[in-house]
Design a protein around this ligand. Structure first.
Ligand SMILES: [Zn+2]
Length: 141
């Protein structure tokens, strides 16, 4: 299991486990059906691999429906709360090889709103931005 320093489903949605995450998605999809009459169901995602990025301190992948899926790297499964897609994170989401170093650079930023990354930015780019804003990076020599 990956241990992420960024916010994931646990923190964003208050779910403590994949079971809790599954229940949260089921409640959302049921509400969309019953209260808004939307034709959505929980379903396994089939399609191209999604590319992860960091927005406001959260790993996100854009679902095929257009919604941002908050990834919790501690959970093997990603869940879209808008269309019901269920992602096998390992199989369906491309994380950068440097994801841990990206997180290390981003968590030095005090405001989560400033923790953003997307390809093709490099770890060196993030470290340079940190220095430009007076944030020390002890990983650098
Ligand atoms: Zn979706």
């Amino acid at each position: 299991m990956r241990t992420s320093d960024l916010f994931g489903a646990r923190r964003c949605f208050g779910v403590a486990s994949d079971d809790g995450w599954r229940a949260k998605q089921a409640r959302n999809i049921r509400a969309l059906r019953e209260q808004h009459g939307l034709d959505v169901t929980v379903h396994d995602y089939v399609g191209a691999r999604l590319t992860a990025y960091v927005n406001d301190g959260r790993w996100i992948a854009d679902c095929s429906c257009g919604a941002g899926v908050v990834l919790d790297l501690g959970f093997a499964i990603g869940r879209c709360l808008e269309c019901g897609a269920v992602y096998d994170v390992e199989k369906h989401v491309a994380l950068p090889a440097t994801w841990k170093a990206i997180e290390r650079a981003l968590v030095k930023r005090p405001q989560p709103a400033n923790r953003n990354w997307q390809a093709p930015e490099t770890v060196a780019d993030l470290q340079r931005e940190n220095r430009e804003h007076g944030i020390k990076d002890e990983d650098e020599s």
